[in-house]
Design a protein around this ligand. Sequence first.
Ligand code: NDP
Length: 306
Amino acid sequence: MEIELAIIGGGPAAYSAGIYAVRAGIKPIIFEKDGGGGLAIFSPNIENYPGFESISGIDLMEKMRLQAKKYCEIRTFEKVKKIQKNNNDFYIETIKEKYKSKAVIISTGSEYKKLKIQGESELQGKGVSYCATCDGFFFKDKKVAVIGGGNSALIEAIYLKQIGCKEVVLIHRRDQLRAEKAYEEEAKKNNIKFLFNKNVIKINGSEKVETISVKDVINLKETKLKINGVFISIGEIPQNLIAKEMNIKLDEKGYIIVDKNQRTNIKGVYAAGDITGGLRQIITACAEGAIAALSTTEVLGKNYPY
Ligand code: NDP
């Protein structure tokens, strides 16, 4: 099947790119590997996306997805396996079909980073989770630990306390948080307990999580904490496999390098959203998606005055 523009991904960058592309006279198809929404759907509460004082990630992404769907086709649960460039065309192979496209926007985002410690994968779904919105409900009146010191960890910890966890302990490997001050203050107001300078080295339990082993980074002392649930929130890793296989230039952390028009080093390929690193916010993903979509006009032979 021949298409004008393939947008790979199902997050805010992809949806925004779809909307802007159609409005610029381009016919895109958005390819989602799953039901869509990206990592943002795991955010219990978003308070910094202008226009919504407070909205859950699921609701905001659903609104964006529905809006994009009004404009363009979204092929859902159609993971892109491979993209090959031949002359000025891109040959795209998904798990369902083959396509030929004149331009590509990669907005594949990122996924949760793993601690890679004993017990983590064995007990996933049995007390180990990466998403408080999805699994927090099961830990009402229970004691949980949140691992990490960034914005996400703080937001998860506050959410877990607010939905009724008996005790929420935030465990961070350094002596200070990476998160914004506002989240730190909010966490303190919610009686979140902080354990600084500690690494979680093992998650213990047979059928479900029972304890975690924690090592102090200064005196190297190991202790065990009784806990019912562990929420791991230690950042993300870019989903760059397609980009790597196309020899698209990445930075040292694996994010796609783009110019101010979202161009990659390969003509006709643009990137937008979390996959380009940097601020990694919904608002910047939307903006990058819009810029990428309009930039594709330069290879699609359309006139767009920008
Ligand atoms: P971050 O990369 O900001 O933070 C990850 C945290 O996990 C850091 O505190 C880091 O420690 C810690 N960490 C990393 N690896 C390990 C490890 N192996 N063991 C123990 N701890 C580890 O990730 P987030 O998911 O919090 O945020 C991702 C991006 O999204 C950021 O840019 C963030 O600003 C943004 N975001 C913004 C929000 C908002 O503005 N409302 C909400 C949520 C996310 P250390 O500090 O020592 O490096």
